[in-house]
Design a protein. Structure first.
Length: 644
C-alpha cells in the first residue's frame, strides 16, 4: 500500500540510501512508495453514504495524453442495492467535473459537494436486492499536492503518465467507492491515448483499436474481484518484454509475464527480470497457485522508487530482486486476500516482506537468510516500543501505518516466529488454508482470521502469542545460562526482561545452541513460559559454549548467553525446603558461601518479594509456582518452589 512524503523527505531518503544496509534500503523504498497517497488518510473517513450498495462491475473508459495533465472519462457502474435507495453516492474529487449521469439512457439529476461526493438522484426508489447500472461522464485535472494519485511527467525526455491510488487516491481520478469492504467483481478498462504510445492496466489486453485520429483505444479485462485502490493505468512509449511462468502441469499450465519497460533501460531491466519466473514458481510451489493465473502477471515501470502491487501488474521504480519478490508476494497477501482494515496492514506488508526473505532462503541459502533476518531485527530493536498492529491512536498517522520498522520488518519477523512455533509444515498448511478460505479468498481479512487458521492446523492456542507479539509492544532481552549438569545432560536456565511495559512476559520459543570442542554443536528450541525456567536437555558432548538465537529466528536485543558450569556446581550445593511450602521456605547454603540477596518471582515473571534472609515468609503468597533468584558470594542460583 502506498503513501505521501514531502519532496525534501524523499530526496533525503534517496541520498541516505547509499549509506544504509541494502535490505533496509529496499524496505524503506517499498514503504515510501506504498505510503505515496496516504496523506489522504488523515482526512479520510469511510463514507457511510456508499455503504448501502454492493459494486459488481465497472466499465472504465479513460482518455489521456501523457503530455497533458488531464483526464476525461466515462465510468459505467453496476451495483446491487443493500437497502432501499433513492440516491446513490460515489467518491469523486470535487476538482473533477461531472457533465452527465445516465441510467438506461435517461439523464439523471446529480450534485457534487465539497466532501468529494457525487450524489445521484435515482428516478424512483430502488428496492433492496435489485441491481442497476449508471453511466458517469466527467473530466478535469486531478487534484495534486506535488505527488498525486494521477501523475504526468517524463523519462529520458518522453512523456509518461501513471496512477497510484493506495490507500485513498482512486477518487482523485475516477468516480469509485473507496473502502475496504467492497471489491468489484470484474472490470473492463478502455484507455484512449496517442497511437504511438503503449497503455497498460489490470488483467489481459483484449484489443488495441486505431481510432484514425492519432489515438488508439486499448482494452483490458480483469475478471477477478478487485478493490478500487488496486486499479491502475499507465501510458508511455513502453517496450514490452514477455516471459513465462507457472509450474507447467496439465492442471496448472503456464501463464504470461508481461513487462512494460522504459526503452532506454530495457536491456538492463530484462537482465534484472530474468529471476521473475523462478520467484513465481517458488511461491506457487510453496503456497497456492498464482491467484490470477487465467490472466497475467507483469510489471510496468514508473517514476517512483519502490513499487506498488496493482493486481496482475506491479508498478515498479526498479527491478532489484527483493522488490520483485515483495510486490509479487502481494498478489497472494494483499491482492487475493486484502487487509480489511488499515490497522491490519501487516497482513499485507509483513507477509510480503517475509516472502521476499523466504526467496533469499530459497535462492541464496541459510547464511544469507540468517543475515537478512538479523538486519530486520536490528531495525525492529532500534527503538524499544511499537506494535505490529496499528493502535487506534495511530490510525491517522500514515508514517506509523506504513512503518518500515513495524508493519514491514517486525511484521515479517512475527511471521517467521509463527513459522518457528508451528513448524514449517503446519505453518505453510495454515497459510494455504487462509488463502483458499472461501470467506477470505478474493475478499478481505483481519488479524483474527489469520489466527483462526493458524490455530486450526496447529492445535495451539495462540492468544498469548498474538497479545505479546502482534498487539503488544517491544521485545524480550534474555539472559541465558547453560552448562553440564551430569554425563550426557546439560542445564539451560532462561531469564528475561522486557523492553516495553505493555508485555509482562514474552512466552514462546527460545533458540539456544550448545557447543563442544572440535566444532560439535546441538540446537534446542525451548518453550519458555516463566522467568528462571530450568531446562534439562540431553547433549552428546561436553558443553564448552552456548549461543543464543543462532539463526536469528526471534526478535531480541542485548541478550546474553554464558557458560555457567561453576554456577551449576554451586546449584547442586544449594537447596530449599520444604517444597512445597505453606508458611516458610528455608534456603540452605554451604558454610563457606555468603547469602547476599533473594528475589521471588511469580509465574508471570513479576517480582513479588525480596529478602536477604535464608528464611522466607511465604504465608501471604497465593497458591502457585514461584521462582527464586538467590545471589551468593560465589554466584547466582535459580530455584523453583510450590506455594500450597
Amino acid at each position: 500500500m502506498k503513501k505521501y512524503y514531502l519532496l525534501i523527505l524523499v530526496l533525503t531518503s534517496v541520498f541516505s540510501y547509499a549509506q544504509t544496509d541494502i535490505a533496509n534500503k529496499e524496505i524503506e523504498e517499498i514503504a515510501n512508495i506504498e505510503m505515496k497517497s496516504a496523506s489522504k488518510i488523515i482526512n479520510f473517513v469511510a463514507n457511510p453514504n456508499t455503504a448501502n450498495y454492493d459494486l459488481t462491475y465497472h466499465k472504465l473508459e479513460f482518455t489521456v495524453d501523457p503530455s497533458n495533465y488531464y483526464i476525461a472519462g466515462k465510468v459505467i457502474s453496476t451495483y446491487t442495492a443493500l437497502a432501499n435507495m433513492s440516491t446513490v453516492t460515489f467518491d469523486l474529487s470535487s476538482e473533477l467535473t461531472v457533465s452527465s449521469v445516465k441510467k438506461n439512457n435517461l439523464n439523471l439529476t446529480f450534485s457534487q459537494n465539497t466532501n468529494n461526493e457525487l450524489i445521484i438522484t435515482l428516478p424512483s426508489v430502488q428496492a433492496t436486492g435489485t441491481s442497476a447500472t449508471v453511466e458517469i461522464t466527467y473530466e478535469g485535472a486531478p487534484p495534486s499536492s506535488g505527488f498525486g494519485s494521477f501523475e504526468v511527467t517524463t523519462h529520458a525526455g518522453q512523456p509518461v503518465m501513471w496512477t497510484l491510488s493506495e490507500p485513498f487516491g482512486a477518487m482523485e481520478w475516477w468516480p469509485c467507492k473507496q473502502d475496504l469492504n467492497d471489491k468489484i467483481n470484474s472490470i473492463d478498462v478502455f484507455i484512449t491515448a496517442p497511437t504511438a504510445l503503449v497503455a497498460v492496466s489490470n488483467g489481459m489486453q483484449q484489443a488495441k483499436v486505431n481510432n484514425g485520429d492519432g489515438t488508439s483505444t486499448t482494452h483490458f479485462q480483469h475478471n477477478y474481484p478487485i478493490p478500487a485502490y488496486l486499479i491502475a493505468i499507465a501510458v508511455t512509449n513502453y517496450s514490452i518484454y514477455n516471459q513465462q511462468a507457472g509450474l507447467g502441469t496439465i492442471a496448472s499450465p503456464f501463464f504470461p509475464i508481461v513487462n512494460y519497460l522504459y526503452p532506454e533501460a530495457a536491456s538492463a531491466s530484462q537482465a534484472d527480470l530474468s529471476v521473475t519466473p523462478a520467484i513465481m514458481n517458488f511461491f506457487e510451489a510453496t503456497f497456492v497457485p498464482y491467484p490470477f493465473r487465467a490472466e497475467k502477471y507483469g510489471h510496468a515501470q514508473f517514476g517512483w522508487g519502490g513499487g506498488m502491487e496493482h493486481t496482475t501488474v506491479s508498478f515498479m521504480g526498479g527491478f532489484d530482486r527483493g522488490l520483485i519478490a515483495h510486490e509479487m508476494a502481494h498478489q497472494w497477501f494483499g491482492d487475493k486476500v486484502t487487509c480489511g482494515d488499515w490497522k491490519d496492514i501487516w497482513l499485507n506488508e509483513g507477509f510480503a516482506t517475509y516472502l521476499a526473505t523466504m526467496v533469499i532462503e530459497h535462492l541464496d541459502g541459510e547464511a544469507a537468510f540468517i543475515s537478512d533476518k538479523n538486519t530486520k531485527i536490528n531495525s525492529i530493536t532500534s527503538q524499544t516500543g511499537g506494535s505490529v498492529y496499528v493502535p487506534v491512536s495511530d490510525q491517522t498517522n500514515v508514517n506509523r501505518i506504513f512503518s518500515g520498522r513495524l508493519s514491514y520488518n517486525k511484521g515479517a519477523m512475527v511471521v517467521n516466529m509463527l513459522r518457528l512455533k508451528l513448524g514449517t509444515t503446519n505453518f505453510l498448511q495454515a497459510l494455504r488454508n487462509y488463502l483458499t478460505d472461501v470467506d477470505l479468498a478474493y475478499n478481505y481479512a483481519v488479524t483474527p482470521d489469520l489466527k483462526e487458521h493458524l490455530e486450526a492446523v496447529s492445535g495451539l492456542d495462540l492468544t498469548e502469542f498474538f497479545n505479546d507479539w502482534v498487539y503488544g509492544q517491544g521485545y524480550p532481552i534474555y539472559a541465558i545460562q547453560a552448562g553440564n549438569s551430569s554425563p550426557g545432560m546439560a542445564t539451560i536456565i532462561v531469564n528475561q526482561t522486557q523492553s516495553h511495559p505493555s508485555v509482562s512476559y514474552f512466552e514462546g520459543q527460545v533458540p539456544v545452541r550448545l557447543t563442544g570442542s572440535g566444532g560439535q554443536q546441538q540446537d534446542y528450541i525451548l518453550n519458555n513460559t516463566v522467568n528462571g525456567e530450568n531446562f534439562q536437555v540431553s547433549v552428546p558432548f561436553n558443553v564448552t559454549g552456548v549461543v543464543f538465537n543462532p539463526k536469528k529466528d526471534i526478535i531480541s536485543k542485548n541478550s546474553t548467553a554464558v557458560l555457567a558450569n561453576e554456577s551449576f556446581e554451586l546449584d547442586s550445593k544449594v537447596s530449599i525446603y520444604p517444597n512445597p511450602a505453606s508458611t516458610e521456605l528455608n534456603i540452605q547454603i554451604p558454610s563457606n558461601v555468603s547469602l547476599e540477596a533473594v528475589v521471588v518471582y511469580n509465574a508471570l515473571g513479576q517480582n513479588v518479594f525480596e529478602s536477604k534472609s535464608a528464611i522466607i515468609d511465604v504465608n501471604s503468597l497465593s497458591t502457585g509456582v514461584y521462582s527464586l533468584k538467590i545471589t551468593t558470594s560465589e554466584g547466582l542460583v535459580l530455584k523453583k518452589f510450590i506455594k500450597k
